[in-house]
Write a protein that binds this ligand. Sequence first.
Ligand code: AMP
Length: 134
Amino acid sequence: MATIFTKIVNGEIPCYKIAENDRFFSFLDINPVSKGHTLVIPKMETDYLFDLGDVDLCELMVFAKSVARAIDKSLSPMRTGVLVDGREVPHAHVHLIPIYSGRQKTALGEKLEVSKEEMARLADQIGNAWEPPL
Ligand code: AMP
């Protein structure tokens, strides 16, 4: 059965999309720990990130870098943090978490209320700042 993230890639489940190429896809986390919390996934279904082949893993991170740059440019956090967990959704993914202050908590349990309108606005802002990796 397809993972929830494959259903998002296929347009069967809505998302706040940020960026896509033929192999990777990026969208806002629906339960953000900070404004602009983004997920980056390979379109290919693999549960455990470190089961990806070396080239796929490297290219995923290069794609994640391009999205992190777009977050930095559009939302101006201090920096964008990277987190990998994977216990909830069995489809490899990288969390990109904008960090706005020295005291900000970045653990995945730290849920923030963000309205649908603001989620849409954040996805537009990041998406408009995104430039594909070379
Ligand atoms: P984890 O597998 O522990 O790395 O966490 C999976 C993440 O995916 C969580 O932060 C969820 O909020 C997020 N998530 C689950 N379903 C969706 C969805 N339909 N759209 C966006 N994010 C989701």
